[in-house]
Design a protein around this ligand. Sequence first.
Ligand SMILES: [Zn+2]
Length: 231
Amino acid sequence: MTLAAVPDELLARIRRFHDHTFPGVQEQFQTLIAEGQHPTILFIGCSDSRLVPYMLTGMGPGELFLVRNVGAFVPPYDASAAIEFAVLNLKVSRIVVCGHSHCGGIRALYEEVNPQAKNLIAWLELGREAVLPVQITDEALRRTEQRAVVQQLERLMGYPMVRTQVEADQMTLHGWHYVIEDGEIHVFDVHSGQFIPASVASHSGHGPYVAHLSEPMFNEIDSAYNTHLTP
Ligand SMILES: [Zn+2]
């Protein structure tokens, strides 16, 4: 069979979008062009294909400014044009860092990575502090995924323009852990230091960010799980 004879499903899909989906939202996009984009949320999420930010937040075009990468990591200050642009130009008022269950990036922190993947090896260092000195188990991975989210929030606070706005109550940070199999986000609660299922959480993760709580935060996440695991 020649390549030309293979049905091109991707082409069919992009045509379907243009012919059937787009007419229904054309006006919305024209407005977004005329008035420019004004998303209020910067969503930093893992590249994992099972994490679908628009679907799980119910947002639509123009509402989320997305940064996606392996592990939902925040690069050190001076290395993220996207975060700077979102904060300084778009003036977002919320930043969400969204990790998730079964994250290959987090698992890779415990495994040997192909030495040829030099960029990946360097990138994973941004999550290294979240690693636990324990055997790799589902529970350890879950805890590491959550610890990594908290670590990224802390790194975000190293961006002067983020810190200034958070401290002035003009911006809120949201640490989320999305549990794919349950379809539920667990929201980081800075006061208790725990991730709380959205079904029982009293907020989506906003609140004053207290940097000096960072270590107890980690410990409380761990002890909460330990308590849970110990009958
Ligand atoms: Zn992931």
